[in-house]
Design a protein around this ligand. Structure first.
Ligand code: PMP
Ligand code: GLN
Length: 382
């Protein structure tokens, strides 16, 4: 995380977006959509500004949004949460993760994640003085080995940090893996923190929140965000749902991170969460077409592709094209093909790169014409 001179390195997403801006390449690096989400959501934000919802909201979040989050958990998953005490609004899922980890992890506490992992996890665990233990997911099916999972979780484990659907792989954890996590957390008295920001962007079976499993809810902090579901990644409205005592602990940290955020966007995301089921299904179906388009383009170009079950990203192996190092390829890709991707190595600890070295993550949350042009450019890559 720290460069040799002590400065904090820019995230891979900032670096690759800057590279795309500098070279004019198509940016399939950082995951953000290039089209706006539901008109009702955008209009609700404009209306809230016009109505004067422009000052600090309550620290725990505006009642209208907390109630909409609770109603969403009940409607989609049958989970009952108390809007008054079991929901906390945050500045995106990022702040939810930061406040949760800083609240719960003491120096030396262990946090177990799968690997590859979303980059913020490692940075936040390190900031808190925690010890990061990982369980590998392997290309191309990404299914964790249950014995490796069991070995990673011990009485030193404070948090099992789950991310399903998963970034960068697009994998969805199977029911037996989720059940193992709940069993291990119970056995070792660990807290489950689950990052479910891609909950509605699934291409097969609907998402199963781990909190809906027997024995999970009382020890689980569930994290999500409006950014992916409503294509509003810049609004940074996220949330946690958790037992009241855990919400109180996380809020204690959150109040000194951002205090509060996004007043007019809170009722707008509440509007989004109340939209009909078809809106959620359409968002997933549209994205599934985009996945298929880019995956076909990558395969035609000679990559080996792991078809994702959810999310914004597809992981492709560049080894069949003769590229053994994805990080090197990603630095050259704007010049060679006019496209930007992110090396999967950015989501893996420096000591464990070998199995991931030739893999590149491409975002497909883009317009069809953009994905077609990117595919055409990649087909000329030699
Ligand atoms: N977790 C995962 C797995 C993500 O992919 C992202 C963002 N792409 C976040 C958290 C951060 O979400 P937010 O923008 O709501 O902070
Ligand atoms: N989560 C997004 C991604 O994986 C980017 C978020 C960020 O730039 N930190 O691309």
């Amino acid at each position: 995380l720290l460069a040799a001179d002590g400065t904090i390195a820019a995230t891979i997403f900032a670096e690759m977006s800057a590279l795309a801006a500098r070279t004019g390449a198509i940016n399939l690096g950082q995951g953000f959509p290039d089209e706006d989400g539901p008109a009702e959501v955008l209009e609700a934000a404009r209306q809230a500004i016009a109505d004067g919802v422009n000052q600090y909201p309550p620290g725990i979040g505006m009642p209208v949004l907390r109630e909409a989050i609770a109603a969403h958990q009940r409607r989609f998953y049958g989970i009952d949460v108390d809007a008054a005490s079991e929901v906390l609004v945050t500045a995106g899922a990022t702040e939810a993760l930061a406040a949760t980890i800083l609240a719960l992890v003491d120096v030396g506490d262990e946090v177990v994640t799968f690997e590859p992992y979303y980059d913020a996890y490692a940075a936040l665990i390190a900031r808190a003085g925690g010890v990061h233990r990982t369980v590998p997911l392997r290309f191309p099916d990404w299914r964790p080995d249950l014995d490796e999972l069991e070995a990673a979780v011990t009485d030193r484990t404070r948090i099992i940090l789950v991310n399903s659907p998963h970034n960068p792989t697009g994998a969805v954890l199977d029911a037996d893996v989720l059940a193992s996590i709940v069993r291990l957390a119970g056995r070792h008295d660990a807290i489950i923190v689950t990052d479910e920001v891609y909950e509605h962007l699934t291409f097969g079976a609907p998402h199963t929140p781990i909190a809906s499993l027997p024995g999970a809810r009382e020890r689980t902090i569930s994290i999500s965000s409006g950014g992916k579901t409503f294509s509003t990644t810049g609004w940074k409205i996220g949330w946690i749902t958790a037992p009241a005592a855990l919400v109180t602990s996380v809020l204690a940290v959150k109040q000194y991170l951002t205090f509060v955020n996004g007043a007019p966007f809170q009722p707008a995301i509440a509007t989004g969460l109340g939209l009909p089921d078809a809106v959620f299904a359409d968002a997933a179906a549209t994205l599934r077409d985009k996945r298929d388009l880019l995956a076909a383009g990558l395969e035609a170009a000679g990559f080996t592709v792991s078809l994702p079950d959810a999310g914004y990203f597809v992981v492709a192996d560049a080894a069949p094209l003769g590229y053994s190092d994805g990080a090197v390829l990603c630095r050259e890709l704007p010049e060679r093909a006019g496209v930007v991707g992110v090396p999967v190595s950015a989501f893996v600890h420096p000591d464990r790169q070998d199995a991931y070295r030739s893999l590149v993550r491409f975002a497909f949350c883009k317009r069809h014409d953009v994905l077609e042009e990117a595919s055409a450019r990649l087909s000329r890559l030699t």
